[in-house]
Design a protein around this ligand. Structure first.
Ligand code: TRP
Length: 326
């Protein structure tokens, strides 16, 4: 089980860091992938753009290979049972531990005018999402590990107080397969919040992709054999490894070693390989995104699968908690 924030546009970092792995997992496990629309209200109370963001995130994930027939792909707000479980879990979550959460402290600093209770109990809602399906593996990035730890705490507290209902959910790391996608300006990873021009989005059109890649930082090239590669050049090779052929990579590596590399040529090659990689995803996503009937079907099918599992869990929860009076 995992949640995807509907923040609009997926970029190459999201693809190689998350979605590509979800696509692999869908053939090995019974998967629930949820668009976390309710969570987004904690930071984005204005809902005017929400529908288009939800549609986009669904379309882009499907275009990347997530199959709504194989997994339960659904919207958080379509599973009303989550609100109920969230309420029970809130009684087992303490103000002190919630206030200590790193993401809460960060968000409180970022939006001092709106430190709402939803922000404080964000990890409780996330725990409800996970425990609802009694999920044991949760593929998430490093930034979510504290939330996972809290989900385990709430599961254990619930089990101790009322009876064994929930397995402990563990963060699922992709280990070796976890790929970091460097940004094009030589600093850090591709990300939404950093430099937009250094991040390649799956929705970028061909010329935008070319322009961004050609702007990537380079220099005059090595003049002596054995010169260590600067970070920003290493990053370009790393990006090539994601989309270019072995031959191309070997060709430019040799050119570097022999001090005859032309970074302009290398970037041209990288740009074309990026275009070849991104454009079919972009076109598929656009087709899906504009097919409202299909998206509705996807959401209904996903909600049906997620609800089946939610209803079963909540029946058990109501039994053990003693909230059953006949
Ligand atoms: N908090 C997660 C994020 O910011 C999104 C999320 C919501 C989630 N519910 C979840 C992730 C349940 C894993 C499991 O990315």
């Amino acid at each position: 089980m995992s949640g995807i924030r509907p923040t609009g546009f997926l970029h190459l970092g999201n693809y190689f860091g998350a979605v590509k792995n979800y696509v692999k997992l869908q053939d090995q496990f019974n998967c629930y992938f949820m668009v976390a629309d309710l969570h987004s209200l904690t930071t984005h109370p204005d809902t005017r753009e929400l529908k288009s963001h939800v549609h986009r995130v669904l379309a882009e994930n499907i275009a990347c290979g997530l199959d709504p027939e194989k997994v339960a792909l659904y919207c958080q707000s379509h599973i009303r049972e989550t609100g109920e479980l969230y309420l029970y879990l809130n009684m087992l979550a303490y103000k002190g531990e919630l206030e200590k959460t790193t993401t809460f402290k960060d968000k409180a600093r970022q939006q001092p005018e709106n430190i709402n209770a939803g922000l404080l109990t964000y990890p409780v809602l996330q725990a409800a999402d996970i425990l609802m399906h009694r999920a044991s593996l949760v593929p998430v990035g490093k930034d979510q590990e504290q939330h996972l730890e809290m989900a385990r705490t709430f599961a254990n507290r619930f089990n101790h107080r009322y009876g064994e209902v929930f397995p402990e959910p563990a963060a699922y790391n992709f280990g070796e397969e976890l790929v970091k996608v460097p940004s094009l300006d030589g600093t850090g990873k591709m990300s939404k919040s950093e430099n937009q021009l250094a991040t390649l989005y799956l929705a970028d059109d061909d010329d935008v992709i070319r322009k961004k890649v050609m702007k990537a930082k380079t220099d005059a090239g090595p003049t002596e054999p054995g010169t260590p590669m600067p970070d920003y050049i290493e990053n370009l090779f790393q990006l090539m490894k994601l989309v270019s052929s072995e031959d191309q990579i070997a060709y430019f590596e040799e050119a570097y070693r022999e001090c005859r590399i032309r970074y302009g040529d290398m970037k041209k090659q990288l740009a074309e390989d990026m275009v070849k990689f991104i454009s079919p995803i972009r076109e598929r996503a656009e087709e899906i995104r504009t097919n409202q009937g299909y998206l509705r079907q996807v959401m209904e099918l996903g909600a049906e699968k997620a609800r089946a599992s939610a209803v079963e869990t909540m029946n058990e929860v109501r039994q053990v908690t003693g909230l059953n009076y006949y």
